[in-house]
Design a protein around this ligand. Structure first.
Ligand code: BGC
Length: 677
């Protein structure tokens, strides 16, 4: 990041103490303080992450939110496994910020999905740190290419909403480094966000907003972060301690904040250097943001963004199950289609809370299903379940409709109020009325297909064996309706894969025993064994493994080459292989590269994702895939040495279509340069 070289130090000398302290806190909810006499502008921030959520005005104490394009949420974007697409979405978001005079977009969120219960999982990418980090970096690169800044959040270990203002996450140093900090490390080093937003919770007893180790030692000193730390809204509990820990900007404005800082200054708790160092960093970002306004466009192309949102949805929608090739719908076999469930007409396209985007352009899947069915298929719609009311009559109509149809398409999912900021999900099963609808419909129609709209893993055990196919629609944003219909009718080939394991039941989740803690602390007793690292290491049966997603075509893998066969830890290892589309439809395959450390003095997961690529192939086409592995692919964080360490030995290189669909395997021998073995 090339920061503005205004004579910031000189400006600081001309500020009074009161002006300085005022600058370190927001002016209101969304802007910073300006000092016009010295040419210091105010900058504007706004939520994020999957659309611009900008407060347009306050009417009778209520926020009026500006209309914007609602892209697929981060969980859906992660299922694309496509950094360049995420980058394009980031660019579009940046343009919407430009047009609305927003300097910094408050996203992306890259916290690890420790438990499927976390209410904000829809806002986060993955249970895997590499995937989460790479996608966060792509998002940041996209937004910032437009001259709009980002806020990488929530730093760190904000993995549940329950008690988020109180709990201390008690996580061992190795898991902290390998799992929870890693996505932030990747995104900070690769994409240089202008700001990082601290989390609400405490880490090892110290609030993240006051955490020297996090904000200063790791983020700034170790990773070389040049931007500023912004508090989450209301995450500053003691402003002086936060300043000491190098939190530059408290948001939003709080009555006592400046007075508290002044008292702390007078008591000697903070000194001139603390204030001036923070100000210098803050003003560099403020001037840099202001200078970037030259790049601003006045209007953004809403239609183009809608099309991009659709393209992202097309790549996100994940085909989880497809027995007897029930999908795509064959027009010569399906003459009568029963579409069941209110979510077909009024889909849930996102979760709730500060990320909730206001849009008036939501595509109805039902509309698009009817469009694409055309004259050849009779489509009958049955809402079946009503929100919060027993809907026996409606359900009976749906069952009757399913009986005479060639296919029953049931829509279910986590409707509004289930996945949100501020609270976690109570369960990972669908609402009973939705499960009942699926079960009763499937009992009448052997050709039942289920579409799920949700932002996180769903327990499907009650009904999965009774249905032919399951399409995970995610919270697919405003253009998810036509994208889904195109996939159902085979006009597009599904190419999403889940970026989080779907366990059979909640109790199987490694965090189950310790979540949500006791209100004061949450113990991450599972350590590094998060997500597939746990399920695969302990051979636990799962509903769908990490990285799983089907296609209407098939892909074959061959010819794995690992060069060199033996390397020093700082050498680059090149892994290459061929992938072929052996089916009849063009398609995209997400190839995944995992590394397994066979023998190690410390516990290591069965396998860890160290590379991935999305490859587009025409029927019969074959393409080479190449991925490079550096030291980080083999290292683990050694807590005694307090650093990343590579242990000499043989590492398996595993190429898969998911973490459990392994297609190729080989090995490389690595010489750890400082090995103490
Ligand atoms: C959320 C942040 C958000 C901020 C501003 C907080 O409650 O945790 O993610 O950016 O509010 O709306």
């Amino acid at each position: 990041m090339e920061l503005h070289e205004t004579n910031i130090k000189e400006i600081i000398t001309r500020l009074s103490l009161d002006q300085k302290l005022a600058l370190l806190t927001g002016k209101d909810g969304w802007t910073t303080v300006a000092v016009e006499s010295l040419g210091i502008p105010s900058i504007t921030v706004s939520d994020g992450p999957h659309g611009l959520r900008q407060v347009e005005q306050i009417v009778d104490g209520r926020e009026v939110i500006r209309k914007a394009v609602c892209f697929p949420t981060s969980a859906a974007m992660a299922a694309t496994w496509n950094p360049s697409l995420v980058c394009q979405v980031g660019k579009a978001l940046g343009e919407e910020c430009q047009a609305n005079e927003v300097d910094i977009l408050l996203g992306p969120g890259t916290n690890i999905k420790r438990t499927p219960l976390c209410g904000r999982n829809f806002e986060y990418f993955s249970e895997d740190p590499l995937l989460a980090g790479e996608l966060a970096a792509a998002y940041i690169e996209g937004v910032q290419s437009t001259g709009v800044g980002t806020s990488l959040k929530h730093f760190a270990t904000n993995n549940q909403e329950t008690d988020r203002h109180q709990i201390s996450t008690e996580v061992d140093i190795r898991a902290l480094r390998e799992i929870y900090l890693k996505p932030f490390e990747i995104a900070v080093k690769k994409a240089r966000p202008w700001t990082v937003m601290c989390a609400y919770n405490r880490l090892h007893g110290i609030y993240c907003s006051e955490n020297q180790f996090l904000l200063n030692d790791v983020l700034k000193e170790e990773w070389g972060f040049q931007g500023i730390v912004v508090s989450d809204w209301g995450a500053v509990y003691d402003r002086a301690k936060a300043l000491k820990a190098s939190l530059e900007l408290e948001m939003p404005f709080k009555d006592r904040s400046v007075a508290n800082l002044k008292e702390a200054y007078q008591n000697g708790e903070i000194n001139n250097a603390d204030i001036d160092t923070a100000l210098e960093r803050l003003l560099r970002i403020v001037f840099y943001a202001a200078r970037n306004r030259q790049k601003r466009v006045k209007v953004y192309e809403a239609d183009r963004h809608h099309t991009l949102a659709k393209q992202a949805a097309l790549e996100a929608i994940t085909l989880l199950k497809n027995e007897t090739q029930a999908l795509p719908v064959q027009k010569n076999q399906v003459k009568k289609l029963a579409v069941i469930g209110g979510l077909a007409e009024n889909p849930v396209i996102q979760g709730g809370g500060s990320a909730h985007v206001q849009t008036d352009k939501v595509e109805s899947p039902l509309f698009w299903i009817k469009e694409l069915a055309g004259e050849e298929i009779q489509v009958d719609y049955f809402p079946a379940y009503m929100s919060g009311q027993p809907a026996i009559a409606e359900l009976n109509q749906a069952i009757a409709g399913a009986q005479t149809a060639d296919m029953a398409l049931v829509f279910a999912g986590n409707r509004n109020g289930i996945e949100s900021e501020s609270y976690d999900r109570a369960a990972i099963t669908l609402l009973p009325e939705m499960e009942q609808t699926i079960i009763k419909v499937a009992a009448q129609n052997p050709n039942t297909v289920v579409v799920i709209q949700a932002g996180s893993a769903v327990d499907m055990t009650a009904w999965i064996d009774k249905v032919k196919a399951v399409v995970f629609n995610w919270y697919a944003g405003q253009a998810g309706g036509s994208a889904l219909a195109e996939i159902l009718f085979g006009m597009a080939n599904p190419c999403g894969k889940i970026a989080e394991t779907f366990p059979l039941r909640l109790e199987d989740n490694p965090a189950y025993a310790t979540y949500p803690g006791n209100g004061h602390a949450s113990w991450y007793a599972e350590g590094i064994m998060v997500g597939y690292r746990y399920y695969d290491s302990y051979h636990k049966e799962v509903l769908f493994p990490f990285g799983h997603g089907l296609s209407y075509t098939n892909f074959d893998y061959r010819d794995l080459k690992i060069i060199p066969e033996s390397a020093a830890e700082n050498d680059e290892v090149t892994v290459s292989f061929m992938v072929r589309n052996s089916g009849k439809m063009p398609g995209k395959e997400i190839v995944q590269l995992y590394v397994r450390d066979r023998v190690c003095k410390v516990l290591r997961p069965d396998k860890e994702l160290k590379g991935f690529k999305k490859v587009e192939l025409q029927p019969g086409e074959e393409q080479p895939v190449e991925m490079k592995l550096d030291r980080t692919a083999f290292a683990y964080f050694n807590s005694s040495l307090n650093k990343w360490h590579v242990e000499s030995g043989e590492f398996e290189i595993i190429v898969g279509a998911s973490s459990r669909d392994i297609r190729l395997a080989g090995s490389v021998t690595i010489r750890g340069e400082n090995d103490f073995s």
